[in-house]
Structure formats: structure tokens, C-alpha cells
Design a protein around this ligand. Structure first.
Ligand code: SF4
Ligand code: SF4
Length: 177
């Protein structure tokens, strides 16, 4: 009984020793991440309009943002994610119609201190004056073509009635004298 089990165990060990390895020596090596992996968030602040759609879409109230009105636009001053409560469901990314927030393939978000866990994506002061719009790379926008002016309707010439034949003969006689 004892000898039979030992042989069977060694058989399995021998077989697995030559089988292809599926594990890697992390962190020196790492498996390639899937393209659509839900990892650490990044926010494109230039695209974000501080509309708050992502905040409302989040079922766990992970996202909080602050904004300030500068000129006619809202300026994002603070964007924080309490990532310890995040489900990585992606609803916030789906809800953003500006494509400002998205996932990366970085899964390593561990922190030594609890206070460092929240992900602060933006923290800045609002400018006193509205910022200038970024230049479009020297390319001028094509000017819209002027609309053709509506033309006035042409006046139709009314043909004058021909003089009666007797009058025209009398006129011809006068000319002859
Ligand atoms: S992935 Fe889901 S849970 Fe996490 S912040 Fe976005 S909406 Fe909230
Ligand atoms: S990340 Fe997108 S949805 Fe969220 S506030 Fe900015 S523009 Fe709005």
C-alpha cells in the first residue's frame, strides 16, 4: 500500500517536471496583460469637462470631484478615487462621453500606508483668468463659403402695341412732303 502510493506520486512529479511551465517568476517576469484589462485609472485632464457623469454612474461612490467656474467653463480642481472600494466594473469609463477616464494595464496599486490608497488623479488650483484655447497646430480652420444672395426676379418687357396702319401711312406722307 505504502510503496504503491509513493510510486504513483513520483510518477506525477516526473510527468509535471517536463510539462511546460505556466507560472513566471514575478516580479522579475510578468505575463502579458490582456488589451482590455481593468487596471489603474488615468484621467486626461484636458478632455475632462467636470460634468460629473462618472460620479453618478459609480455604484460604490468611489469618485469625488471638485470644480470651480472660470469664465464660462468649469475647471476641474480635484478628482479623487477611493480605489479600495472600487469594483473595477468600468461603468465610470463607459459613462464618460469625452473619453477622459480610462483603464491602464497596471494592476500594481498596493500601498504601505492606508492613507495613500486613494487615487488622486487631479489636485490643482483654478486659474484666476480663463485659459487660452490650445492652438490647433498652425492649421487655420477653413472659412465657411458665403451663401449666394437671392436674385431679384427679372422684369419682363411688355411689347408695345403697333400703331394702326392709317396713322403710319399719314406719318409716311408727312415725311414725303
Ligand atoms: S470601476 Fe465601477 S466601482 Fe470603480 S470607480 Fe468606476 S464605476 Fe465606480
Ligand atoms: S471624467 Fe468624463 S464623465 Fe467624469 S467628469 Fe470628466 S468628462 Fe465628465
Amino acid at each position: 500500500m505504502f510503496g504503491k502510493g509513493l510510486v504513483k506520486g513520483l510518477q506525477i512529479t516526473w510527468k509535471e517536471f517536463w510539462a511546460p511551465k505556466l507560472t513566471v517568476e514575478y516580479p522579475d517576469k510578468q505575463h502579458p496583460m490582456p488589451e482590455r484589462f481593468h487596471g489603474k485609472f488615468v484621467l486626461d485632464v484636458d478632455k475632462c469637462i467636470a460634468c460629473g457623469l462618472c460620479v453618478n454612474a459609480c455604484p460604490n461612490r468611489v469618485i469625488s470631484l471638485n470644480k470651480q467656474k472660470v469664465g464660462k467653463k468649469q475647471y476641474l480642481t480635484d478628482y479623487k478615487m477611493d480605489i479600495q472600494y472600487c469594483l473595477f466594473c468600468g461603468l465610470c469609463v463607459e459613462s464618460c462621453n469625452k473619453g477622459a477616464i480610462h483603464f491602464t494595464q497596471d494592476f500594481n496599486m498596493n500601498q504601505y500606508f492606508y492613507k495613500n490608497i486613494p487615487l488622486v488623479l487631479v489636485r490643482r488650483e483654478a486659474p484666476a483668468e480663463p485659459l487660452e484655447e490650445p492652438a490647433t497646430g498652425g492649421e487655420e480652420k477653413p472659412k465657411p463659403k458665403p451663401k449666394p444672395k437671392p436674385q431679384a426676379p427679372k422684369e419682363e418687357k411688355v411689347a408695345e402695341p403697333a400703331p394702326p396702319a392709317a396713322e403710319s401711312e399719314a406719318a409716311a406722307g408727312k415725311e414725303g412732303q
